[in-house]
Design a protein around this ligand. Structure first.
Ligand code: SER
Length: 876
């Protein structure tokens, strides 16, 4: 019996022997592929090769690819074969072999290497694909075991490479089936297990669904490792293979339950094992839990794992323990599980802790609910209520059912599914309309009555506020719960809303019952700030007292870049001249971008001068002072204002010592010393008379320098010298390289002389005439002639017939030296020799050349040279 690890290796080795290059699994994050959230199949990393956007570096490859699929999330643990994360074994041809090879190899692998009996196997083909059907039959599949299936057409997504496919199924026997009279291949039960899909990738499908042929025909096959392991190990489900059992055992041990005693417990154990594996591998590839995109998929799977663990009675953190088991079993192959250990564990701990406390809160509320139901003599929890627990506290309805059943209360499941359907519909609708919500008339009206939001963020990063109003797209809300995105109006705010090139703050708003993450901040024309938030736990209500908290580290990093921008503008004016005018700017936590008017590229000296000036003013630790004043007064003080920008009567002037004065609404450091360091990283033109500088400040500048230092160190270690010696060493190496090239050339010349000597040892004598007939290496006719000349010098008198094979054809040269030697004629000799290789030729009496078609006859032709010459000699 083979282990999962052995099966993975066997597959790769089998195809390596068939000329495939074994490639490591690509990341679960598809590279440069906006059409996919996650890697869902073995072919995903190869899409550019199938489409010939990139010339494939090899024409055959084989992989064990990490994949995540979530459409069947709810079925995981309930069937024998569904997973979120799985490994897919595959062999791929990029315009190389096609069906005629892919099919018999797959069949040989399944029936001979894995020894699966043919009477258990079935094959499906695309209805039109007579070619595939014929090849299967030729490979040894009996006709009645081949089933046409119109669904046999495979594509990685709505747009991309695709083609008809053929699948191999194993019949696991009636005992595994649903028992229905029409149970056959294609039935949704566990009896017929699809183990391998062979895709004959030959089309590209565009947005309109039109199929166009790909430049070349390709092969993409996929076999789930977990499935094939279950067949080979003869176990009931993928979960019973050695790929899962260690995780299931550990989970059962933590929970103090036994596997295979109760179907419900088993499902939970399987879900926990599957999901923990998925989460570990996703984190290992650098996906972070978040509220959208692939981060959300990760969070959802992780939360599901925690919920199902709770069903097993696990209420302490357990993910890290299970991760260790996964690491033990998989890290030798997937080393990222080891390399990114800290990242994985930190995120597991954090997410688990946060979610467990939400679950606890929900449990308390559910108990209150039970009491209320009991007091009222009600025995059924309504679907809406069950849904509320699901949505707000992440309670799976199974968990709610379980808790309530102890109290003799049931859940209205039909109403629950209706409520979830309804919610899904609304959520879709909501996200579609969410963007428009800011323009929502009701919101604008409300904002007018509420008036401008007081910004306290210049002096504080945290403040107490009142939640004045809350909106969804539907309109004003009284309250909203976990998972909902809403727009809040506060009486005062510490959050800076994007303006003047400075990006919005990040942060949270919290009450003692709820917390919400800031997603987007906008300042409406009347000065009211809208806070778009995602409620991450609890319920927010209109009128709540909230604490608004800016992410202070983030704010500081932004401030460093903003203050540095002011210094940059001054330094540019000093170095380049007063014509420098700001034309645009972007200030974020990790860089600044400054566009300005100037007519030529900055020289290195100018760039260094600008950088020096800025850093001198950072070191001078100038006090930053902001003050509101009238526009006239600001002008008088010489403050720089943006060309064309409209300022109200009262403006805010930001001063840095005596050096810089600018009108600006942004947030800044207290003294320039806080900027730490500024480094210009790029300078370039962006239009006529417009330049752009990008720079990094503070810790980002340090990170930038470290990266460069790292590269230098790496170069040093490759060159095996101290980093500062690298330049010298590279110079030396370049010179050395030239020397070596010279030497190689000399050696080559020597080598061909040496070869000539070796060939000369083949000289034979026929009736007193020296004859040399030999095959030599020469890429073309010219080289062959040069070789003949050289040999002639060595041989002095005699006949030379040399030949080479180039590009599948035979080249021949004959020399008779001195001319007329014993009446021999080079042209006549070569004519006869060439004829044997299916060619023709001729020429002068001292020298002739010819071509032949059949390299396999060359040996024979050269062997015949002595007798041909002897024949000519006889005639004289
Ligand atoms: N791409 C196909 C699949 O995932 C075969 O590898 O099924």
């Amino acid at each position: 019996m083979y282990t999962g690890n052995q099966l993975r290796e066997m597959f790769l080795t089998y195809f390596e022997k068939k000329g495939h290059s074994i490639r490591p699994s690509a990341s679960l994050i598809p590279k440069d592929d906006p059409t996919l959230l996650l890697t869902v199949a073995g072919m995903v990393p190869f899409k550019p090769y199938f489409m010939r956007q990139v010339e494939p570096p090899f024409s055959r490859a084989t992989t064990a690819q990490k994949c995540v699929r979530t459409p069947d999330l709810e079925r995981v643990g309930k069937t024998a074969r569904h997973h979120t994360f799985f490994e897919m074994l595959g062999n791929f041809s990029f315009g190389d072999y096609f069906k005629a090879d892919a099919i018999p190899w797959a069949w040989e692998y399944i029936t001979e290497l894995l020894q699966i009996p043919t009477d258990k196997l079935w094959v499906t083909v695309y209805p039109d694909d007579d070619e595939a059907r014929a090849i299967w039959i030729k490979a040894g599949v009996s006709q009645e075991r081949i089933v046409a299936d119109p669904e046999n057409f495979w594509a990685a997504g709505p747009v991309g490479p695709c083609g008809p496919c053929s699948e191999i199924y194993v019949d696991l026997g009636t005992s595994r089936g649903c028992g229905k009279p029409d149970c056959a291949i294609g039935c949704d039960c566990d009896r017929f297990l699809e183990i391998w899909n062979l895709v004959f990738m030959q089309y590209f499908r565009d947005e309109q669904g039109t199929l166009a042929p790909l430049p070349k025909q390709n092969i993409d096959t996929g076999m789930g490792l977990e499935r094939i392991a279950s067949v080979i190990q003869g176990v009931e489900s993928n979960f019973d293979t050695d790929l899962f059992m260690p995780i299931i055992k550990k989970t059962a041990e933590i929970a103090g339950v036994k596997y295979k005693t109760d179907p419900k417990t088993d499902t939970a154990l399987k879900v926990v094992a599957d999901h923990t594996r998925a989460v570990s591998f996703m984190l290992a590839d650098g996906i972070r839990p978040s509220s959208d995109g692939r981060g959300y998929v990760l969070r959802r799977i992780l939360r599901r794992a925690v919920r199902f663990a709770r069903l097993l009675g696990i209420d302490k953190p357990f993910l890290e323990t299970l991760f260790r088991i996964i690491q033990e079993n998989f890290a030798h192959w997937y080393t990222e599980l080891k390399e990114n250990e800290n990242f994985i564990i930190n995120h597991l701990r954090l997410e688990e802790k946060n979610f467990q406390s939400t679950l606890e809160q929900g449990t308390l509320l559910l108990q209150e609910k039970v009491k209320a139901l009991k007091d009222a003599g009600v025995k059924v929890l309504s679907g809406d209520d069950a849904f509320h627990f699901y949505e707000t506290y992440g309670f799976p309805v199974e968990l709610t059912e379980e808790i309530l059943s102890e109290e003799g209360i049931t859940v209205d499941l039909a109403a629950f599914s209706y409520a979830s359907e309804e919610h899904r519909r609304l959520a879709k609708e909501q996200s579609r309309q969410m963007r428009a919500a800011v323009e929502n008339a009701e919101l604008t009206e409300k904002a007018k009555t509420v008036g401008p939001t007081e910004f306290v963020g210049y002096d504080h990063v945290t403040c107490d506020s009142v939640l004045l109003a809350m909106f969804s797209d539907e309109g004003e809300l009284d309250s909203a719960g976990e998972g909902e995105e809403v727009i809040c109006l506060l009486n005062q705010t510490p959050f800076y809303a994007e303006s003047g090139g400075q990006v919005s703050d990040e942060g949270m708003i919290q009450t003692d019952k709820a917390s919400a993450e800031i997603l987007e901040l906008k300042k409406l024309p009347n000065g009211a700030v809208t806070h778009r938030v995602l409620i991450t736990s609890g319920v927010l209500k209109q009128g709540d007292q909230v604490t608004a908290m800016v992410n202070a580290d983030n704010r500081k990093a932004i401030a460093r870049h903003h203050s540095a921008t002011h210094l940059l503008q001054m330094a540019l004016r000093e170095v380049l001249g007063e014509h420098v005018q700001q034309a645009g700017s972007l200030v974020t936590k990790d860089r600044l971008r400054f566009d300005f008017s100037h007519f030529s590229a900055l020289t290195l000296e100018q760039t260094l001068a600008v950088e020096n000036k800025i850093n001198q003013h950072i070191l001078a630790d100038l006090t930053v002072h902001a003050e509101e004043m009238g526009m006239d007064q600001a002008r008088e003080k010489g403050a720089l204002a943006l060309f064309g920008e409209k300022y109200g009567d009262v403006v805010r002037m930001v001063e840095m010592g005596d050096y810089s004065r600018e009108l600006c609404g942004g947030t800044h450091v207290r003294t320039t010393g806080e900027i730490g360091l500024l480094k210009i990283v790029a300078e370039g033109g962006i239009g006529a008379g417009l330049r752009r500088i990008e720079a990094v400040a503070g810790l980002e500048a340090l990170a930038y320098l470290r990266e460069i230092e790292g590269q230098l160190n790496e170069i040093g270690s490759v060159l095996k010298v101290q980093p500062k010696e690298s330049v010298k060493k590279v110079g030396l190496m370049v010179a050395q390289n030239k020397e070596l090239e010279k030497e190689i050339q000399q050696l080559n010349t020597k080598l061909s002389k040496y070869e000539a000597d070796t060939i000369l040892s083949k000289v034979q004598t026929v009736q007193g005439v020296k004859i040399l007939a030999a095959r030599v290496q020469a890429p073309d006719m010219d080289t062959l002639r040069q070789t003949a000349d050289m040999l002639k010098d060595k041989l002095q008198d005699g006949v030379i017939v040399i030949a080479s094979v180039a590009e599948g054809k035979v080249n021949l040269v004959t020399v008779v030296s001195p001319e007329g030697l014993n009446g021999l004629h080079a042209g006549k000799i070569i004519k006869e020799v060439a004829a044997i290789t299916g060619g023709s030729g001729g020429g002068r009496s001292d020298m002739a050349q010819a071509g032949g078609k059949d390299p396999s006859k060359l040996g024979e032709a050269l062997d015949k040279v002595p007798s041909i010459i002897s024949k000519f000699l006889g005639h004289t």
